[in-house]
Design a protein around this ligand. Sequence first.
Ligand code: ACO
Length: 374
Amino acid sequence: MTDIHKGLAGVVVDTTAVSKVNPETNSLLYRGYPVQELAATQPFEAVTLLLWHGELPTADELAAFEREERALRPLDPRTLALLDTLPGTAHPMDVVRTVVSQLGACDDTLHGPGAWTDPELDLARARYLFAQLPTVVAAVQRRRRGLAPIPPRDDLDYASNFLWMTFGELPSAAAVDVFRVSMVLYAEHSFNASTFTARVIASTTADLYSAVVGAIGALKGPLHGGANEAVMHLFDEIGSAERVGPWLDRALAEKRKIMGFGHRVYKRGDSRVPTMRAALEVLLEESGDTGLAELYETLEREFVARKGIYPNLDYPSGPAYRLLGFDTEIFTPLFVAARVTGWTAHIMEQAAANALIRPLSAYDGPEERHVPQG
Ligand code: ACO
């Protein structure tokens, strides 16, 4: 009898030096550093360099990267034209996935022998996607509201510029910092479904854009990144704290999954949640939205009490993105902008010591048979 590992649960498929998830100690390390320490002290740009290169940058290295990243922010006219072509009804994840595909199709460095997997070119492509995605996501958000895109500013850091391009104004410094923290926490999480998808595609020696397009497809699902959007739909459906109890009774009787709870790896709570919960608290206090705060607390308390299943990162980040002013359908594209750092770090790691990822399956269809003659 062949051993089947449904969903690859518990299967170790390769080594990685990018991050370490330890559910026993409830910790997550990026290149050895606890994610909580990085979230407390580092700009997202520095965390990105850490994920790509393995070390935190020096001040000069960070400044050089910031200059480069700021210069790469503006969108190509072809991207703006594509955004105008796609229907306004398209889900923002589909729009972002399509734009990344177009960026690949328009990247002339992909031509020529060996160009798809050239390490230097891949790093340049990773930088390009990192810089472009906020401008794309901000433009998609504005378009949903019938507003023209706002060009990037080269005097603002990543997090501030992202919010500026989206809203045309900056929130409080504390709110900008909440957004930065969310980007750091979302940046990387070992062999999750989207990262593994990216590694599978990279393992065929296809190009980095193809791997990122595939990863975006995997992230869209509500069992993975789409959960931050799905959490907010749940909050809207429930409406208020006093409705949580009866709503939960019905949802559990119908065997519904409660979005934002549970994790394949963490069974005693997600290591990123306390940091994001504290960040959300800042926004809840600023907004004075006690209704949202009570709904959040009540759903968590009652669901944990009934099922013993804890919130994951999407639970606090969904309400935080709402309080920052984003549409619910933009939450997962924000996750894309952050996770592109982890994806590209893994794509480059895969390429550096590649083995085609090609598992086996146990056939359980009909025995061999033959097409009837005549
Ligand atoms: N709501 C209700 N029941 C749940 C939930 C949930 N959120 N999560 C797990 N369970 C239950 C399952 O129904 C199952 O019960 P059963 O044994 O009686 O059938 C049991 O717990 C085990 O759950 P599985 O789904 O088999 O466990 P798995 O490790 O495959 O699931 C997953 C992990 C997919 C994340 C799951 O917890 C889930 O669907 N959560 C909701 C979606 C979500 O929030 N995803 C975000 C993940 S984190 C991220 O991407 C940042």
